[in-house]
Design a protein around this ligand. Structure first.
Ligand code: HEC
Length: 195
């Protein structure tokens, strides 16, 4: 039992940036070390979009069901990930992300995939906390969209998506994945573009 209690008068800082509030039971953890990830190291922009709020509440990425924002995810993937993971996530120096084999099986879940991208894994897979939280969700939805494996191994697909599933194939020509198409996606639905 404590005989003395000490009172600390703490100043309350008023911050205009929303702190990332997690409603899930389990915190986000580094995929390799298990250390708790501090989501407040992400850029201040893009923390409080509807999609981010929902994801922090449910662990489910709402962009998986919203094709409107896919051009944003594609553009982000091509600028930040395809150099190592391949144009359609077929694998290069980094492993393929478009099949049903995962080095870290938790990447089948949106929460697990988020943790691997945000906190990084081994070797060249560094942390991507330079991306906005909202952008990470956009790029995750694009990775799911690139999937070519069996539907039964894709728990992120809804019943309807499973019924109409077609493995991704690269469209002809180069008229996709451009910054113009990404910028044309509506900011009220897809969140802010990084400057
Ligand atoms: C500099 C190269 C490089 C870049 C850039 C890179 N990765 Fe990786 N990534 C790797 C390597 C190498 C691994 C394997 C690491 C391991 O096994 O721990 C990996 C692993 C992964 C995994 C785990 C795959 C599995 O099978 O479990 C995911 C998911 C992933 N990367 C997503 C991304 C995303 C999304 C981006 C872009 C935001 C990205 N990576 C950018 C090199 C890279």
């Amino acid at each position: 039992m404590k005989k003395f209690t000490r009172r600390l008068l703490a100043g309350v800082a008023i911050v205009s940036v929303p702190l990332v509030a997690l409603a899930l039971d389990e915190p986000f953890r580094n995929t390799v070390t298990g250390e708790i990830l501090d989501l407040n190291t992400a850029p201040k922009e893009g923390r409080d979009t509807e999609a981010v709020k929902k994801f922090l509440e449910t662990g489910h990425n709402p962009y998986n069901e919203d094709a409107t924002c896919l051009p944003r995810g594609e553009y982000l993937y091509l600028s930040s990930c395809s150099g190592c993971h391949g144009h359609v996530a077929e694998g290069k120096v980094g492993p393929g992300l478009n099949d049903n084999y995962w080095t870290y099986p938790k990447n089948k879940t949106d929460k697990g995939l988020f943790e691997t991208i945000f906190g990084g894994a081994q070797g060249m897979m560094g942390p991507h906390n330079d991306l906005q939280l909202n952008e990470t969700l956009l790029v995750m939805a694009w990775i799911r969209h690139l999937y070519t494996g069996p539907v039964e191994d894709a728990p992120w697909l809804t019943k309807e998506q499973k019924a109409s599933f077609k493995p991704y194939t690269l469209p002809e020509g180069s008229d996709h994945g451009t910054i113009e198409q990404a910028s044309a996606a509506p900011a009220d639905k897809c969140g802010p573009m990084a400057k």
